[in-house]
Design a protein around this ligand. Structure first.
Ligand code: HEC
Length: 158
């Protein structure tokens, strides 16, 4: 190989490495966003399941624990989640996600479903620590708010 060819090959090699690095950097940002929103959802689930078990009589009603779980849910919904839901993180674009592309086609509706959850968690926060009956009354709308968004925007398990 002549000296000139070698240098060209090195420069080309560097350029390709740069492009690959830029791409993997972006892939990581997309994956991080997906991982973060899934972790957030798991925290919803962790707190909601305590309330659900009490509501169904699967565990004794505990006003303090119920009030804390409901407060956690309300706090979680108050967090800004915009950076979780970035373009290019739907199930057609990246692996290991169930986020439907329709989210980005109907962002206003998706956000409205998020706002409905805010309202439902606030109602639950006012009810959970009061009595088992109050908790049970707030459970349907709260579970419904999770379910309405999943039905529209979460793909079935594969
Ligand atoms: C505004 C829409 C919306 C609301 C409201 C919502 N979710 Fe989700 N949830 C989603 C989407 C979209 C996914 C799929 C995310 C992904 O796979 O990247 C998801 C995924 C999940 C997952 C799976 C997470 C994982 O590890 O893959 C759980 C559990 C979950 N949600 C629980 C809940 C619970 C409990 C509530 C209510 C307290 C709730 N969600 C409210 C949209 C929503």
């Amino acid at each position: 190989m002549s000296k000139k060819t070698t240098i060209t090959a090195v420069i080309l090699g560097l350029a390709l490495t740069g492009a690959a690095m830029a791409e993997s950097h972006m892939d990581k940002a997309l994956k991080d966003a997906k991982d973060a929103r899934e972790a957030h959802m798991e925290l919803y689930s962790f707190n909601l399941s305590l309330l659900g078990r009490m509501a169904k009589g699967e565990m004794p009603y505990d006003a303090d624990a119920a009030g804390k779980a409901a407060a956690n849910l309300a706090t979680l919904t108050a967090m800004d989640q915009a950076r979780y839901w970035i373009e290019g993180t739907d199930e057609m674009s990246i692996d290991e996600t169930r986020a439907k592309p329709e989210i980005w086609e109907n962002m206003a509706d998706f956000q409205a479903k998020g706002t409905a959850l805010v309202d439902a968690t606030q109602t639950m926060e006012g009810a959970a620590g009061q009595s088992l009956e109050a908790l049970q009354g707030a459970m349907g709308p709260l579970g419904g708010a999770c379910g309405a968004c999943h039905k529209a925007y979460r793909a079935p398990k594969t």
